[in-house]
Design a protein around this ligand. Structure first.
Ligand code: ADE
Ligand code: ZN
Length: 336
């Protein structure tokens, strides 16, 4: 890739729409928080923990990811984690970040819902006040738990709905299809919350279809397996349904073998509204721009694709039309 394209990828304004904040916890911060909170870890050192990041599939990652989150106890811990991510995002010229969090990962350990949400929200407020970075919080339900548990989580969220823009669905995909959460997503829709779901990461194209038809989602998180189903691909393109693609995640979790095997270029060629995102950057080897650069180095992607991806990220964001247009105009100006 030439230096001019690399600079452009760095410099272009972009939105991040698929980042699990617990997946931004770097090993160094995990150890610092473990010490601060007197939490015992199963790994003797930062290096030993990092060595364990050799994943074979989604579940092998999730086991370590939930263990890493065990050091988060106080509101300040959630703030520090989020602030560290936002600083990285700012360096990558992320102008708008929609952040996932997994409340059940914390409430199931006895950490109150409000401790988690207040720490994360305060960091987002500070980023807005200090840098003008905009953002929002998307609460994810863990799909390996029951719909009843999801309803309990929604109950806990009720006093905090002003801090949440939407709900998502994450964790172990296979065996936990979207329809398991039909009723809780319907309720979230009545509450005026945006809806997204992980689908077609490891799970089949049918999960993407059911996320659309049953959960009424407005974006598909990952969705890369849609290309196995031409009719579905055609539908996603026709509807302009955004896909929040996470390239380095897909490589680390063995959805594709190598960067050069990723289908990002094929998704764009199929007319899909793909975006690039980091998923769990501390675990998968990179933040936003690392994901862009990995794909542009490995695939036949050019300047026009960079423009398309940056533009798609703002069009797919949960922003009002005026703000979207202002960001899209900034993208166009950057490429002019
Ligand atoms: N939780 C954090 N990262 C995830 C991913 N890539 N898929 C499903 N659940 C997740
Ligand atoms: Zn994800």
């Amino acid at each position: 890739m030439d230096q001019a394209l690399r600079d452009l990828l760095q410099r272009m304004p972009k939105a991040e729409l698929h980042i699990h904040i617990e997946g931004s916890l770097e090993p160094e911060l995990i150890f610092a928080l473990a010490e601060r909170n007197q939490v015992k870890l199963d790994y003797p050192s930062v290096e030993a923990l990092r060595r364990a990041y050799a994943f074979t599939d989604l579940q092998s990652f999730l086991d370590i990811y939930y263990a890493g989150a065990s050091v988060l106890l106080k509101e300040q811990d959630f703030y520090d984690m989020t602030w560290a991510y936002l600083q990285k995002a700012r360096q990558d010229n992320v102008r708008h970040a929609e952040i996932f969090f997994d409340p059940q990962t914390h409430t199931d350990r006895g950490v109150p819902f409000e401790i988690a949400i207040n720490g994360i929200h305060r960091a987002l407020q500070d980023a807005r006040a200090q840098w003008g970075m905009s953002g929002g919080l998307i609460m994810c339900f863990l799909r390996h738990l029951s719909e009843e548990d999801a309803f309990k989580t929604l109950e806990q969220a009720m006093p905090h709905l002003d801090k949440i823009i939407g709900v998502g669905l994450d964790s172990s995909e296979r065996g936990h299809p979207p329809e398991k959460f039909a009723r809780v997503f319907a309720r979230c829709g009545e509450l005026g919350l945006h809806r997204v779901a992980h689908a077609g990461e490891e799970g089949p194209p049918e999960y993407i279809r059911n996320a659309l038809d049953i959960l009424k989602v407005e974006r598909i998180d990952h969705g890369v397996r849609c290309l196995e189903d031409p009719a579905l691909t055609e539908r996603l393109a026709r509807e302009g349904m955004p896909l929040t693609v996470c390239p380095l995640s897909n490589i680390k979790l063995r959805v594709f073998d190598r960067n050069a095997d990723h289908n990002l270029r094929a998704l764009l060629d199929a007319g899909l509204a793909a975006t690039v995102n980091s998923d769990d950057p501390a675990y998968f080897g990179g933040y936003m721009n690392d994901n862009f650069i990995a794909m542009f180095e490995a695939l036949p992607l050019e300047r026009r694709h960079a423009w398309q991806l940056a533009r798609n990220s703002f069009v797919a964001a949960f922003l009002d039309e005026d703000k979207k247009k202002a960001f899209v105009d900034e993208v166009d100006a950057c490429f002019a």
